[in-house]
Design a binder for this molecule. Structure first.
Ligand code: CDV
Length: 319
C-alpha cells in the first residue's frame, strides 16, 4: 500500500498590530475547519502566525517587544486551537515567537512546533538562519530587526516520525540555505514544513532586479530543496499588505520531483491542500540522488581546505 498524507497549506493574509491573539486564533481555526473538510491530516501555518510581523518595528521598550512573544505553549489564547485540533483529529505546524527560561536566563527564539492529532507537541524547531539587522535604521521605510529580537536556534534540524511520516521543520530564511534541507535529507525526511514572512522589497537592498525576482527565488529555493533531497516541501506565507508592508504569497506544496502540485492564488487567508504520496520520493532517493551511495563528502572537504574557502564574516551587531 502506498503511504499518503494529506497536507493543508493555511496561508494567512495580513495581521494588524492591534489584532488580539483571540481574533487571530479564530482565523486559524477557520482555516483548520476548511482543512478538515478537505480531508487534511495536518495543516501548516506561517512563520510568527499569531501576531503582525513585529521585527519591522524598532522598539526600545523590552516590554513592548515581549508582548509579541508567547511565554507558554499552549497558553490561554492558543488553547482553543489545540482543542479544535484534538476534536477534529488533525495535526498542525504553528510558527510563533517563543520566550523561554533556560537555566535562569531568558531566551527569545523564532519557533515552530509540530502538534499531532492528539494535541501533543511532538516537535519543536527554532529558526537557525536569522536574517535582517541588529541596529535601528531610521532612514529605511521599515525595519527587519530579527537579529535584534531573536537568537539563532539551538535545536538543529531534527526529523520526527509522526503518523508514520518523517517530518522536519524550518522557518522562512532557513528555506534559502541548502544545508537546511540536506541535514534533514540525511535523516531521511519525507516532508519539510515551513512558514514565511517575505517582503516584496527589502529596504537596504537597492536592487530593483532582485525585487523583481522575489517570487522566483521563493519557489526556486523550496523546489531545489525538495528535489535535491527527495522530499515534499510545504511552504506557507503570511501574505498581503500588512501595516503598509507588502509581503509575497504563493504558498506552495512541492513534490519530491520539485514540481509544485498546489499553490495559493490570493494574498489573503486561503487554504490549499494536496494528497502527498510519500513513495514519490523513492525513485530519486534510491537511485541517482541516493545520499548514502553517491555523496562524496571527502572531496567536498578537500576542495574547501585546498582553496581556503570559507564564509565571509557578516555584520551581526554594532557591539
Ligand atoms: N522572515 C524572513 O526570514 N524573511 C526573509 C527576508 C528578510 C529576506 C526571507 O528569507 O524571506
Amino acid at each position: 500500500m502506498r503511504k499518503e498524507i494529506t497536507i493543508g497549506a493555511a496561508q494567512l493574509g495580513p495581521i494588524a498590530r492591534s489584532d488580539s491573539r483571540k481574533v487571530v486564533v479564530e482565523r486559524l481555526i477557520e482555516l483548520m475547519r476548511k482543512a478538515k473538510k478537505s480531508g487534511c491530516d495536518i495543516v501548516v501555518y506561517p512563520e510568527l502566525a499569531l501576531t503582525s510581523f513585529f521585527p519591522r518595528w524598532y522598539m526600545e521598550n523590552q516590554e513592548d517587544v515581549d508582548s509579541f512573544f508567547e511565554h507558554e505553549m499552549p497558553g490561554t489564547a492558543t488553547k482553543p486551537l489545540f482543542q479544535f485540533a484534538v476534536e477534529n483529529e488533525i495535526g498542525f505546524y504553528l510558527g510563533y515567537a517563543e520566550l523561554s527560561q533556560e537555566s535562569g536566563t531568558v531566551h527569545r527564539y523564532n519557533t515552530s512546533i509540530l502538534v499531532d492529532k492528539n494535541g501533543k507537541i511532538v516537535g519543536k524547531f527554532r529558526k537557525v538562519h536569522i536574517p535582517g539587522h541588529f541596529d535601528h535604521e531610521p532612514s529605511w521605510s521599515f525595519q527587519h530587526l530579527e537579529k535584534r529580537y531573536f537568537e539563532s536556534g539551538n535545536l538543529g534540524f531534527p526529523v520526527w516520525e509522526s503518523e508514520g511520516v518523517k517530518m522536519g521543520m524550518c522557518i522562512c530564511n532557513d528555506r534559502r540555505w541548502p544545508e537546511t534541507y540536506r541535514v534533514m535529507g540525511l535523516q531521511g525526511v519525507e516532508v519539510v514544513l515551513l512558514g514565511y514572512n517575505t517582503p516584496t522589497h527589502y529596504p537596504p537592498n537597492e536592487s530593483p532586479e532582485a525585487d523583481a525576482l522575489t517570487l522566483f527565488h521563493n519557489h526556486l529555493s523550496m523546489q531545489a530543496g525538495a528535489y535535491q533531497n527527495s522530499t515534499w516541501v510545504v511552504g506557507v506565507a503570511k501574505a498581503g499588505c500588512e501595516e503598509g508592508c507588502d509581503m509575497i504569497g504563493q504558498s506552495a506544496i512541492i513534490a519530491p520531483s520539485g514540481e509544485i502540485v498546489a499553490q495559493s492564488v490570493t494574498l489573503g487567508d486561503e487554504l490549499v491542500a494536496a494528497v502527498c504520496d510519500l513513495d514519490l520520493g523513492r525513485p530519486y532517493r534510491e537511485n541517482h540522488l541516493n545520499l548514502g551511495m553517491h555523496r562524496e563528502i571527502d572531496s567536498y572537504q578537500l576542495i574547501t581546505e585546498r582553496k581556503g574557502v570559507g564564509p565571509p564574516l557578516g555584520k551581526r551587531s554594532s557591539g
